[in-house]
Write a protein that binds this ligand. Structure first.
Ligand code: NDP
Ligand code: KPL
Length: 333
């Protein structure tokens, strides 16, 4: 099948390489050194799904209409990326592989004549350098079948992607997005400290703060009527217990998440943006929790503080020492 991937980073690179390995004709949009390298030497994947050197067609924007497309940018870049390729994306299934809550709506607004399918990557990948993506933890791609008019198309997307990597269908995509938003509570601390997600989750002080932010996000979810769908072991029942439990007991959850990430250090996608000097997605992660709280007349001070600290590191380029982070959170209680 002729498939396009927009965004040649960790997730777009992984999808491209694995679809290429499965025998599909893949075109990828890329920029700068990543474009030059993929065009000259191909795109290599390593890690959880083995090694493969893919030879996709690479260009700055698409130049033909594929039969299916995957949008794999960070949330803040999706609108520009879709707009730049819109003429080639009209009328075909477009799959938005993105964290946060907004991806499907943004794509639907820009591509009213294309069936949009929401997807969530539940694996971890790192952009190592131009031409090389490393899968640090394998896992499924969760695909939404919540819209009955697009259920068949979502099933086709799952069948095609399923030839390349594991997929799961989920009826409550919004609930799955919220569960992933809770998982993404692990992203901020690596971006603030420069440490891996595993290091921050097991650290006595940083892990405590992540547990508190996660619990705050879960509580905001419940307070605003979210039904958490089952994703990575998280779901309504476990998260209800987590929301009520004292922090000392809740600490188990981030520790379990760290052990599930395995031994390869996972920087998370937010620290990867910081390392490349790019704007982060934090306004769509912890920031989404703050907005959900505010819309319901509530506050989410821990998520607000984490969002601000990530923006501080984004601007300065300097990571915070653990003691500095601890002092900030002591002040907000
Ligand atoms: N990495 C991970 O382990 C996981 C990531 N996710 C989610 O997947 C999504 C993608 O993340 P990830 O792959 O890590 O992000 P990356 O930053 O690695 O990749 C994003 C890619 O999009 C490209 N891009 C940015 N703007 C445009 C544009 N206007 N037109 C075309 N391409 C553009 C970037 O190019 P350039 O570098 O030139 O700006 C980059 O290659 C995010 O929502 C993330 O939260 C979900 C699960 C795990
Ligand atoms: C779950 C996690 C942390 C996997 O890397 C992720 O979704 C991300 O990096 O954005």
């Amino acid at each position: 099948m002729r498939i396009a991937v927009i965004g040649a980073g960790a997730i777009g690179g992984t999808i491209t390489a694995l679809l290429d390995r499965a025998g599909h004709d893949v075109a990828i949009t890329a920029r700068g050194e990543q474009l030059t390298t993929i065009s000259s030497s191909g795109l290599r994947i390593s890690g959880g799904w083995g090694e493969h050197l893919a030879r996709p067609r690479a260009s700055a924007v698409l130049d033909a209409t594929p039969e299916m497309a995957f949008i794999c940018t960070k949330a803040q870049d999706a609108a520009d990326a879709i707009a730049a390729n819109a003429e080639w994306l009209t009328g075909i299934p477009v799959v938005i592989v993105q964290n946060g809550l907004d991806g499907v709506r943004v794509a639907e607004d820009l591509l009213p004549d294309s069936p949009i399918v929401g997807a969530i990557a539940v694996y971890a990948a790192s952009y190592v350098h131009p031409g090389l993506i490393d899968v640090t933890a394998a896992g499924p791609t969760v695909i939404g079948i919540d819209d009955p008019t697009r259920r068949q198309i979502a099933a086709e997307v799952s069948a095609v992607l399923g030839e390349a990597m594991p997929t799961e269908l989920v009826a409550d995509f919004r609930g799955a997005q919220w569960s992933k938003l809770i998982v993404n509570q692990v992203n901020a601390m690596p971006a603030i400290t420069g440490l891996s997600a595993q290091e921050t989750l097991v650290h006595p002080v940083l892990g405590h703060i992540v547990t508190a932010s996660m619990r705050e996000a879960v509580r905001i979810g419940f307070a605003t009527g979210v039904r958490f769908a089952s994703l990575q072991g998280l779901g309504q029942t476990l998260l209800r217990a987590f929301a009520l439990a004292p922090i000392a007991i809740g600490r188990v959850l981030p520790r379990v998440m760290a052990s599930r990430m395995g031994d390869t250090p996972n920087p998370g996608s937010t620290l990867q943006s910081i390392r490349r000097g790019q704007p982060t997605e934090i306004d769509f992660l912890n920031g989404a929790v703050v907005r959900a709280a505010s819309a319901a007349g509530l506050t989410a001070p821990i998520n607000e503080c984490l969002t601000e600290l990530v923006h501080r590191v984004e601007k300065s380029g300097d990571f915070l020492e653990i003691e500095e982070v601890a002092a900030v959170f002591r002040r907000i209680g």
